[in-house]
Structure formats: structure tokens, C-alpha cells
Design a protein around this ligand. Structure first.
Ligand SMILES: C[S@@+](CC[C@H](N)C(=O)[O-])C[C@H]1O[C@@H](n2cnc3c(N)ncnc32)[C@H](O)[C@@H]1O
Length: 267
């Protein structure tokens, strides 16, 4: 300490400010999508046609010879990135999501395709099935939106119960188990002349707090809105073991955009 500060009784200003900071409010997943992400989701995904083409290519990679007439369930279907290509290939699809905004987009594009879009928690998907399914999808990092590991295990056992023998459960998710550090936690997601979406990640032992930072141009100024929610930190090894525990044979492989893809086959 410098001699001029020795004996000084002033309260350190920085410390007093820090101790009064409120923790960032964590939205539920449904609130986060409703108020923040869903209205800009299609923009973030590069528009409907481009996103659905990517979904089509992904399905072609996993199932090069998908038979028409099979039944599929898309858990956390969003605007239909996988539902629409599955239905275009002749599958009957039950698409489940809690976001009415994204489901309205999906319904608007589904037209006469064999799609039933239902607004519900995807852990309750069984009540929307008339019979066992051939395929269950949970794509695009949706699995990590579940509230805890026990919910993921519950989903896997519901999927095992709901598939015909030989049916497939397919999921793609991000492996958040190795934390990004320092400036690497700030991820530029998408930007154009009028909007910038940046993601900031904050790690806890079992969760990652995802802060979606949205700048939107309003006239000659920028408006900032931030919303944060929690995602699970799931390792591919844990997911694979949990699927095997309920009777699936499991294949783990690289998925699109740095995600992990797990293809699980029902016995
Ligand atoms: C990251 S998006 C992925 C959307 C889509 N599967 C894709 O690949 O484009 C996650 C989706 O899951 C939905 N979602 C998250 N948790 C959910 C839950 N418990 N029940 C139903 N939908 C959920 C969100 O509303 C959102 O549409």
C-alpha cells in the first residue's frame, strides 16, 4: 500500500459496488424463446429455405434411403427444420414445441404435408402418439434445454417405450463439458446491418448460463436486450451410456456446426 493511503478509512468504492450487484435473472426456456429468441430465430438460422435445406441434407446423411409412410416425432421442432423435410419425404410427423411463435411458422410452411404440430412440453410427447413411432428426433441442441440430467434419462426411457423395434432416436447437441474461457466465452452468432446477436456463456458445474445479447437498430440508435437461460452440460459419453441403459444400441458421430450426433437404435 502506498504511504498516502496508509491509515485511510474510506470505503473502497469498487468493492461496495460489486457487493450490491444483483445476480442476472435466468428466464425459463419457454420465457426465453417467447420474449427473446423466437421472434428472431428464423433470421438467426439464415431464413426458412436455407435452414430447411440444411435439415434436408442432414436427414439424407443419416437416412439415405428413408422409406415413405413411416411415423416420426420431432421433439423441440421449432419452425420445422427437420419436420418439413421428413414430411416432404412422406413421413407423418408429430412436431412438439412450447413456442407458439415457432409452431406458427412451422404450420404456415407445412400446408398440406402430413404434420401435426402441437404446443406442449416434449417430455409429454407420448400423449400425442396414436401408435409406436419409427423415428424420434431431438435436434439442434434441444436436449440441453431440459432442466436436469434426470429429465434427459426420463426422455430416453420414454423414447425407448415409444419406438417400434429397430426404430431410431436421433439427437444432436453441443458438448459444453470443456468450458470456454476468457474472451472465447463471447460468441458472435449472427449479424447484419440492423441486428447483432452475440452469445455469452457462463459455466456452473452442471449447467452453462447462456446470455443472448441482442442489439437492434432503432432509427439512428441501437437498442440492447439481454435474456439468459440455462443449458445442461452433457457429455457424449454420458448420453451414450444413458441411452444404452434403456436398451438402445448407440452410434456417436460428428454432427453439423460442431455439434455431436447420437443415433440410437431400439432393440
Ligand atoms: C435450439 S431450438 C432447436 C429447434 C429445432 N429442433 C432445430 O433444429 O432447428 C430448441 C427448440 O426446443 C424448444 N424447446 C425447448 N425445451 C422444450 C420443451 N421442454 N418442450 C418443448 N419444446 C421445447 C424451443 O422452443 C425451441 O424451439
Amino acid at each position: 500500500m502506498s504511504s498516502s493511503l496508509r491509515g485511510c478509512t474510506m470505503r473502497p468504492p469498487l468493492m461496495s459496488k460489486v457487493s450490491r450487484l444483483e445476480p442476472i435473472f435466468m428466464a425459463t426456456v419457454a420465457e426465453h424463446y417467447k420474449t427473446h429468441l423466437a421472434p428472431v430465430y428464423l433470421w438467426m438460422a439464415g431464413g426458412f429455405d436455407a435452414a430447411v435445406s440444411r435439415g434436408e441434407a442432414e436427414i439424407e446423411t443419416i437416412f439415405p434411403s428413408l422409406a415413405a409412410g413411416i411415423t416420426a416425432v420431432d421433439l423441440g421442432a421449432g419452425f420445422g427444420m427437420h419436420t418439413i423435410p421428413l414430411a416432404r419425404r412422406g413421413c407423418s410427423v408429430v412436431a412438439v414445441d412450447t413456442s407458439s411463435i415457432l409452431l406458427d411458422e412451422l404450420r404456415g410452411h407445412a400446408g398440406a404435408l402430413p404434420v401435426r404440430a402441437v404446443e406442449d412440453d416434449f417430455l409429454s410427447f407420448q400423449r400425442h402418439l396414436d401408435a409406436k413411432a419409427d423415428l424420434i428426433f431431438c435436434m439442434g441442441d434441444t436436449l440441453t434445454h431440459l432442466p436436469e440430467q434426470a429429465s434427459v434419462e426420463m426422455l430416453f426411457s420414454l423414447a425407448a417405450e415409444s419406438l417400434r423395434p429397430g426404430g431410431k432416436f436421433v439427437t444432436t447437441f453441443r458438448d459444453y463439458t470443456s468450458p470456454l474461457v476468457g474472451q472465447g466465452r463471447f460468441i458472435p452468432v449472427k449479424s447484419d446491418a440492423d441486428r447483432i446477436l452475440t452469445c455469452f456463456l457462463e459455466y456452473e458445474p452442471d449447467y452453462v448460463n447462456v446470455h443472448d445479447v441482442l442489439h437492434e437498430r432503432v432509427g439512428s440508435t441501437w437498442q440492447l436486450r439481454v435474456s439468459a437461460y440455462r443449458k445442461l452440460r452433457l457429455s457424449p459419453e454420458w448420453v451414450s451410456t444413458a441411452l444404452q441403459a434403456v436398451g438402445f444400441s448407440v452410434r456417436v458421430e460428428p454432427g453439423p456446426g460442431g455439434m455431436v450426433r447420437v443415433v440410437a437404435t431400439s432393440d
